[in-house]
Design a protein around this ligand. Structure first.
Ligand code: OSB
Ligand code: MG
Length: 370
């Protein structure tokens, strides 16, 4: 199958509740959406970026640049029957994983729709629904945070993730456990600590936490292995796992108890699936992270999370946890048992509200064959 046209939409969508983490505060998702058209079919993918290179070194501007100049042009004229056909072309470009992910997802959606199968089937998914939690940011005081916790637990979310930073950690967890003795809870430090903080993590061992995500440097695996050896709570690696090689290193070093998989951080669903397989073969569970995706990236990630080794609750909450109005139809909803359904229709299984996307668009690029 040949691609005729690829359109890039840089949109901006305001979050219902800004998400504050150890290094900053997100108020909008400034994503790049990729629309692939050809042979009478279309497909959509999302690059879940922002304006500033904080979580990742990429931004919507670098994603637009990499797609327009390096990643999209060589795809025109390529006969594509599966993601494997993209490997040599996309692999020539080093880095730019968030740019690659929107492109890979759009092509996978396009191929799946043309073939009348779902993206989950294409990826080898085995689950019809995915257990999800909710990730909650740093607030001005615990009262404000616990009001959110109460509401999300009442909606049916079964696991709470709390963002922490120095000064918003041990006391917070102590207060949380007094109020919610049984609720499954985990922490995400987004790289705010060093190995000198080991006594804090030993103190946190007393609170029956599911895991602590990325406590140390964003590019570190080794020092996480030294920390893991001194505490019982499983560590989870997010920021520092970009490739199958990183996952293999984390496994060999016993640096963590599980890995957070985000296709955007890894360069797309093809790499994410390889990381999934390496962890499965090593007996290390994975779970699906989130990047505050709009509905397009969200349903694709839910399809990814239907693979067998996704054994812990995901950060793939329902559309109404993030947006007043999502750009897909139907929106993602939460089942009463705290799961979201894996779409079964062709491709990503939802339709994109094109008029709404056009209204949210700040920059657009139309790239055509020939
Ligand atoms: O560290 O997991 C993270 C959001 C954006 C970037 C990084 C992270 C997050 C979240 C929110 O924790 C997850 C979500 O609900 O999408
Ligand atoms: Mg994280």
């Amino acid at each position: 199958m040949y691609i005729d046209r690829i359109t890039l939409f840089q949109i901006s969508l305001p979050l219902k509740i800004p998400l504050e983490v150890s290094f900053g505060r997100w108020t909008h998702r400034q994503a790049v959406l990729v629309r692939v058209e050809g042979e009478g079919a279309e497909g959509w993918g999302e690059c879940p970026t922002g304006a500033f290179p904080d979580y990742s070194c990429e931004t919507y501007a670098t994603v637009l640049y990499a797609l327009e100049h390096f990643l999209v042009p060589p795809l025109f004229g390529l006969d594509i029957t599966g993601l494997d056909d993209l490997g040599p072309t996309l692999g020539r470009v080093r880095g730019h994983p968030f740019a690659k992910t929107g492109l890979e997802w759009a092509i996978l959606d396009w191929l799946a729709r043309a073939g009348g199968v779902s993206v989950a089937e294409k990826l080898g998914g085995v689950r019809s629904s995915v257990a999800t939690g909710v990730s909650l940011g740093i607030e001005a005081d615990v009262g404000k945070l616990f009001a959110h916790v109460d509401r999300f637990l009442a909606e049916g979310y079964r696991r709470i993730k709390l963002k922490i930073k120095p000064g918003w950690d041990l006391e917070l967890v102590h207060a949380f456990r007094r109020r919610y003795p049984q609720t499954p809870v985990m922490l995400d430090a987004n790289s705010a600590y060093t190995l000198a903080d080991v006594s804090l993590f030993q103190a946190l061992d007393e609170y029956d936490l599911m895991m602590i995500e990325q406590p140390l440097a964003h590019d570190d695996i080794y020092f996480h292995s030294l920390l893991q050896a001194q505490i019982c709570t499983p560590l989870s690696l997010d920021e520092s796992i970009h490739s199958p090689g990183h996952a293999a290193a984390a496994i060999a070093l016993r640096a963590c108890g599980n890995i957070n998989i985000k296709p955007g951080r890894m360069g797309g669903p093809s790499v994410a699936a390889r990381v999934h397989d390496i962890c499965r073969d090593a007996g290390l569970p994975v779970w699906h992270g989130g990047m505050l995706e709009t509905g397009i990236g969200r349903v694709a990630n839910i399809a990814m999370a239907s693979l067998p080794n996704f054994l812990l609750p995901a950060d793939l909450s329902a559309s109404d946890r993030y947006w007043e109005d999502d750009i897909i139809e139907p929106a993602v909803t939460l089942n009463p048992n705290g799961t979201v359904d894996v779409p079964t229709g062709p491709g990503i299984g939802v339709s994109v509200r094109l008029n709404f996307v056009e209204r949210l668009t700040e920059q657009k690029r139309v790239l055509s064959r020939g």
